[in-house]
Design a protein around this ligand. Structure first.
Ligand SMILES: Nc1ncnc2c1ncn2[C@@H]1O[C@H](COP(=O)(O)OP(=O)(O)OP(=O)(O)O)[C@@H](O)[C@H]1O
Ligand SMILES: [Mg+2]
Length: 447
């Protein structure tokens, strides 16, 4: 591939001879090469150019190579570093490696030594970057899905992860809001600090304030110890306020104040504490309705909704359902120590057409059920819970009477099991005699 773009290398040396020699050599191998005669020059090139490899001299007047290496290590991810020096001493090499240099080349070196070392470092760098990308995918907290609507969720996660802005995640129940909150945290610079999920609906009203902000010893009966709240625990990290619509109005005022002032008051204390906790909130309620009903503060809504990530319901995710079925099937088969389970096309079709009111969580539960029950390694329509058959074939028929729906359903089930009456009665949850009665009814109706 003659036109393939080669890596960019910055060569830093106070000796112009060495600089030019290395530059000429590397250019002959088609690398893009920048040079700097001092660490200060190098710092400004690094700020404005995307560099893959830094090759620096150790001894330089004013700022030496070690300080430059430290600067790069602290401020740039994924720049490889190689140190060159005329003073090939072991302590020098150790220092350089400690500071973050990957390779150490002693002057004088041959062209060949230069080429092989540079090539080796760049190969390692590529490998590191690639595994970093893989890591990134994993950092989507296990979210599965390739549909366009999920792609836009991912790009929002990545964008929000590079800031500390408050995020509001909305979407129906079971659509993955908590996974998204985790993905926001674990892709952000806060990833090494705590991620604290708080289920606002689950905390008794009288305890919410102390749970969130902590309390001083003796501030109320049973406050035997001074205790930090979730906000303090999540300092420098992320607090995930789940089911935010369920927080009482009195608490909403306090949260608003936290968002405005970035400080909290422990219960029983008049002294405020500065906190640096990122807030990610989620709800499956439509907040505009809650605002209209007076149960949610509009000003808090605006403060929370700086970045909005809206999760699409499963029924809008197209073929993602097949990826999710695969994912959950493998997961549960592994957990249960069972061999892989394969779905027939017909069974997949039924799963695809079901309306999934409970979204991904419901799908996950049903796949779990199916895998637990399965012994043959194959899943056909007959193995699907009857709920799925019924909903798949009788949805959107609000004008039909019950008998018509039942008849249609009976016929569909029969068709799915290729007319096998015992399989059909098993799915329908009725005995063969009752099935026969239904069929008699159907045949008289159709006469
Ligand atoms: N895209 C997805 N890929 C893989 N698993 C998912 C996905 N979305 C949801 N899940 C799984 O579905 C279940 C429900 O997800 P989660 O708890 O994040 O939903 P939620 O939106 O917070 O639901 P609720 O509103 O009921 O709290 C979890 O077990 C989660 O792992
Ligand atoms: Mg949730």
């Amino acid at each position: 591939m003659p036109n393939q773009k080669k890596e960019t290398i910055l060569v830093v040396d106070d000796s112009s001879d060495t600089r030019e020699l290395i530059k000429r050599n590397l250019k002959s191998k088609k690398y893009t090469v920048f040079t700097a005669s001092s660490a200060q020059n190098a710092v400004s090139i690094l700020a404005n150019t995307s560099i893959d490899l830094l090759i620096t001299d150790l001894k330089m007047p004013k700022v030496d190579g070690l300080s430059l290496i430290r600067h790069v290590k602290e401020n740039f991810k994924n720049i490889a570093i190689m140190m060159i020096t005329g003073y090939a001493t072991i302590p020098g090499a150790v220092q350089a490696i400690k500071a973050g240099s990957e390779e150490f080349l002693a002057k004088p070196f041959t062209d060949e030594e230069l080429f092989t070392t540079v090539a080796r470092i760049l190969k390692n760098l590529k490998f590191r970057r690639r595994s970093g990308e893989k890591q990134k995918k994993l950092d989507m907290a296990g979210l599965i899905g390739e549909s366009a609507c999920m792609q836009s969720v991912y790009s929002k996660i990545i964008k929000s992860a590079s800031s500390s802005a408050t995020v509001l995640i909305t979407g129906e129940s079971g659509t993955g809001k908590e996974l998204v909150a985790r993905a926001v945290h674990y892709n952000s610079s806060r990833m090494s600090c705590a991620f604290i999920p708080v289920h606002c609906a689950g905390i008794p009203q009288e305890l919410i304030e102390s749970e969130l902000f902590g309390h001083l010893k003796g501030s109320f009966t049973n406050a035997y110890e001074t205790r930090a709240g979730f906000f303090q625990t999540a300092d420098e990290g992320t607090i995930f306020l789940d089911e935010i619509a369920e927080t009482p109005l009195s608490m909403q005022v306090k949260l608003l104040r936290v968002l405005q002032d970035k400080e909290i008051y422990m219960v029983g204390s008049r002294k405020s504490q500065k906190i640096n906790t990122r807030i990610v909130a989620a709800t499956n309620k439509v907040l505009s309705t809650a605002i209209e009903n007076g149960t949610f503060r509009e000003d808090l809504y605006f403060r929370l909704n700086v970045i909005n990530i809206k999760l699409p319901p499963l029924r809008d995710r197209g073929d993602d359902i097949f990826l999710l079925i695969n994912h959950f099937t493998e997961k549960f088969a592994k957990e249960l120590g069972k061999p892989a389970v394969k779905f027939s096309d017909k069974a997949l079709n039924i799963l695809r057409n079901y309306n999934w009111p409970g979204n991904v969580r419901e799908l996950e539960n049903i796949i779990n059920q199916i895998v637990v029950m399965n012994d043959s390694g194959k899943v056909d329509t007959v193995d699907l819970p009857s709920l799925l058959h019924f909903s798949a074939f009788s949805k959107n028929n609000p004008k039909k009477n019950l008998q018509e729906v039942i008849s249609e359903h009976v016929l569909q089930v029969l068709e799915n099991v290729a007319g096998n009456k015992s399989k059909a009665s098993k799915i329908l949850g009725i005995d063969r005699k009752t099935l026969r009665k239904h069929l008699e009814y159907i045949s008289t109706k159709n006469k």
